[in-house]
Ligand binder design. Structure first.
Ligand code: CA
Length: 381
C-alpha cells in the first residue's frame, strides 16, 4: 500500500497501520532494522489487532464458541500476525449493530446470520435461511459450487463488507407449543416467537409473530405472553429449558431448514491485506464453517435422546399444515422479489439451484435416507 495522507488516516481508523510501517513511512528507514535485534517479531512483520463484534450472547454454545475458534485459527495459521478479540452481542456494541459497526470501521470483523440485515438488504435472507428452502448441504453447494458466493459478495460490496460462510445450524426444530397443531386453523391467533420469513408466513396463517430477545423467551412462554416458540435444535433448546414449560415439541423446522451463519469483514481493510492473510481468513472461516455444522449435528442427536428419555411429547406437523405453509411461503417470497431487484436476481439463482438439487437428492440422498432410517426407532405417526 502506498502511503498517502488519505491511506494513512484510513489505516489508523481501521487499526491496520503497524509500527514498522509508521517508522519507515516517517523516514526512520534504518531504525526498524537496528531495533529488530531486540524485538524482531514486533518490528519485522506487520501485525494486526482486531475486534470481532458478534450478534451472539457472550460465549454462546457452539455458535459463539465458533467465533473464538475462528480467532484462534487465524492467529495460529498467521503465526500471530492477526490477533482477534471476540465480543459477544452487547459487550462492545448491541448485537444487531454488528453489521453497521464493521462496515463503518468501528470493528474489523463480525459474526451473525444474514437474515438479521434484511431491513437493510432484503436479499440478505436468501444467504441465511428460506422456509422450505435448501438444507445445509445444498446451500453449501450453491454458495461454494454455484453462483451463491459471488451474489453474496456482490450484495455485501455495497455495504463495504466481505462475507464468508461461518457455520450452519442444520435443520432446526419446529418449536415448542402449548397447544396441539392439528390443522392450519390451530395457527390462528397463535402468538409465537418466530423471526424472519417464518414469522411472515405465520402471519399469513393468522398467527402473530412476537419479537422477544433470547433472555425473555422462557418467561414469555411460561407466563403465556406467547403460546409457542422456536429456537434452534434439541441441544440449544434444552439449554433454554423449554422442555420444562411447553407441552409439545414439533418437527420439522420448516422455517429454517439449514440456517447459514456468517463472518463479515470490513472490505476496505480486507482489500488492503497481503494475499496470504486474505487466504488465511477464508481458510479459517471454512474450517469453522465445517466444525459448527458437525458440532450441531453431534450435540443435537445426543440432546434429542436425552429429551425423549425425559418423556418429551414429540410431534410432527400434519401434512396439511406443511402444505399450506409452503403456499404462504411462496406468497411471502413473491412479495420480496417483486419489490426488490437484487432479491429477484439472488432468488432466481437460489431457486434454480434448489430445483436441480431437489431432483438430484431425490435419486441419491432420499433413496439412501430410507436405508439410514432402518435403524431409527422413533414413531412420529
Ligand atoms: Ca431458529
Amino acid at each position: 500500500m502506498k502511503l498517502s495522507r488519505k491511506n494513512f488516516f484510513k489505516g489508523l481508523a481501521l487499526g491496520t497501520i503497524s509500527l514498522p510501517f509508521l517508522i519507515r513511512g516517517l523516514g526512520g528507514k534504518n531504525f526498524a532494522q537496528e531495533d529488530s535485534s531486540n524485538a524482531p517479531n514486533v518490528l519485522t512483520a506487520k501485525r494486526y489487532r482486531w475486534k470481532m463484534v458478534t450478534t451472539w450472547p457472550p460465549n454462546f454454545p457452539i455458535i459463539g464458541e465458533a467465533c473464538t475458534k475462528f480467532a484462534e485459527t487465524v492467529e495460529a495459521i498467521s503465526g500471530g500476525r492477526i490477533q482477534i478479540r471476540v465480543y459477544g452481542g452487547g459487550e462492545l456494541v448491541p448485537a444487531l449493530e454488528a453489521f453497521d459497526t464493521v462496515r463503518t470501521g468501528g470493528a474489523e470483523l463480525g459474526s451473525g446470520a444474514a437474515y438479521y440485515w434484511a431491513g437493510k438488504a432484503p436479499a440478505a435472507q436468501f444467504f441465511a435461511s428460506v422456509p422450505f428452502g435448501m438444507n445445509a448441504q445444498q446451500l453449501n453447494a450453491w454458495l461454494l459450487g454455484g453462483e451463491g458466493m459471488a451474489l453474496w459478495e456482490e450484495l455485501y460490496r455495497d455495504f463495504n463488507l466481505v462475507p464468508m460462510p461461518g457455520g450452519n445450524t442444520g435443520v432446526q426444530m419446529g418449536g415448542w407449543f402449548n397447544r396441539e397443531i392439528n390443522s392450519i386453523a390451530d395457527l390462528k391467533g397463535l402468538k409465537m416467537r418466530i423471526p424472519g420469513l417464518g414469522g411472515k408466513v405465520l402471519e399469513k396463517a393468522g398467527g402473530t409473530p412476537v419479537l422477544l430477545a433470547g433472555g425473555e423467551i422462557y418467561t414469555g412462554l411460561e407466563r403465556g405472553v406467547i403460546d409457542a416458540t422456536e429456537w434452534l435444535g434439541p441441544f440449544h433448546d434444552t439449554l433454554m429449558g423449554f422442555q420444562e414449560i411447553a407441552k409439545y415439541y414439533y418437527t420439522p423446522g420448516w422455517h429454517e431448514p439449514g440456517t447459514m451463519l456468517e463472518f463479515f469483514i470490513n472490505k476496505e481493510l480486507y482489500d488492503g491485506l497481503p494475499t496470504d492473510l486474505q487466504a488465511i481468513l477464508k481458510t479459517a472461516a471454512l474450517r469453522v464453517h465445517v466444525w459448527t455444522l458437525s458440532e450441531m449435528e453431534a450435540k443435537n442427536a445426543e440432546a434429542l435422546t436425552n429429551l425423549l428419555q425425559k418423556g418429551v411429547d414429540l410431534r410432527r406437523f400434519p401434512d396439511e399444515v406443511i402444505e399450506q405453509m409452503r403456499a404462504y411461503t411462496r406468497e411471502v417470497i413473491d412479495e420480496i422479489t417483486s419489490s426488490d431487484p437484487f432479491s429477484r436476481k439472488a432468488y432466481e439463482s437460489y431457486d434454480a439451484f434448489r430445483k436441480k438439487a431437489a431432483n438430484y437428492s431425490q435419486i441419491t440422498e432420499k433413496v439412501f435416507y430410507d436405508q439410514i432410517q432402518r435403524d431409527a426407532t422413533l414413531n412420529l405417526g
